[in-house]
Ligand binder design. Structure first.
Ligand SMILES: O=C(O)[C@@H](CO)OP(=O)(O)O
Length: 246
């Protein structure tokens, strides 16, 4: 049993180095190319899917659509959930990461970006960025609508979705791809790899690179690997890590 996880291709705000979270920004030109390259690679390597999952955010849905287009898999069901959305970045959404580090200190920004349980400053509910103002979140309860999220809080919505929706489909033999986000995937990888709350701060996920997990019948991880040029992937991981450096 196998699954392919992919973080969306580079977004306009990855390019501008801004905290993004639930802001629904588009892919950059480079991001479109990354998604195309991911689709080509998956096709070349003989991957096939019969079910896909993604978030409510267009940088992930478009990445998935591009991949499925290249693989000629338009027919497969695509299930979308806000539970796979990026971690909500609270009042940091829209701010430049390097400028914020200059202002608030690199250590503080590292804590907001990568600590396990310290959320960024919260939004007010009357802030125009509050997700309760968006039609796509109208089915969420007030308790479900975030004003900020730590990784821990992200895990609390991603993992039930994984356990209840995705795992039964993997066990039923479906061939699945999940297109999601840096931190919603960090939440999942933390669980799959058994990474501690401390160690998770050093895990970074590059854009547009297919990440394969192989499981035994009990969902124990047998193997994991990124598809593609391993040296380039290592450089891209490092680039994500260093985004708050000017
Ligand atoms: O801005 C964000 O929403 C995320 C992903 O792009 O950033 P970071 O890697 O800093 O958590």
């Amino acid at each position: 049993m196998k699954i392919v996880l992919v973080r969306h291709g580079e977004s306009e705000w990855n390019l501008a180095n801004r905290f993004t979270g639930w802001t629904d920004v588009d892919l950059s030109e480079q991001g479109v190319k990354e998604a195309q390259a991911a689709g080509e690679l998956l096709k070349e390597e003989g991957y096939d899917f019969d079910l896909a999952y993604t978030s409510y955010l267009k940088r992930a849905t478009k990445t998935l659509n591009i991949i499925l287009d290249i693989m000629d898999l338009h027919w497969i069901p695509v299930l979308k959930s806000w539970k796979l959305n990026e971690r909500h970045y609270g009042a940091l959404q829209g701010l430049n990461k390097a400028e914020t580090a200059e202002k608030e200190g690199a250590e503080q920004v590292h804590i907001w970006r990568r600590s396990f349980d310290t959320p960024p400053p919260a939004l007010d509910k009357d802030d125009e960025r509050y997700p309760g103002k968006e039609a796509k979140y109208k089915s969420l309860t007030v308790e479900e609508l975030p004003t900020t999220e730590s990784l821990k809080m992200t895990i609390e919505r991603v993992m039930p979705y994984w356990q209840e929706e995705i795992v039964p489909q993997i066990k039923a033999g479906r061939k699945i791809i999940v297109a999601a986000h840096g931190n919603s995937l960090r939440a999942l990888v933390k669980h799959l790899d058994g990474i501690s709350d401390e160690e998770i701060s050093s895990l970074n996920i590059p854009t547009g690179r297919p990440l394969v997990y192989e499981f035994d019948q009990e969902m124990n991880v047998l193997n994991k690997y990124y598809l593609g040029d391993q040296e380039k992937i290592a450089q891209e991981i490092n680039k994500v890590k260093n985004q708050a450096k000017s």
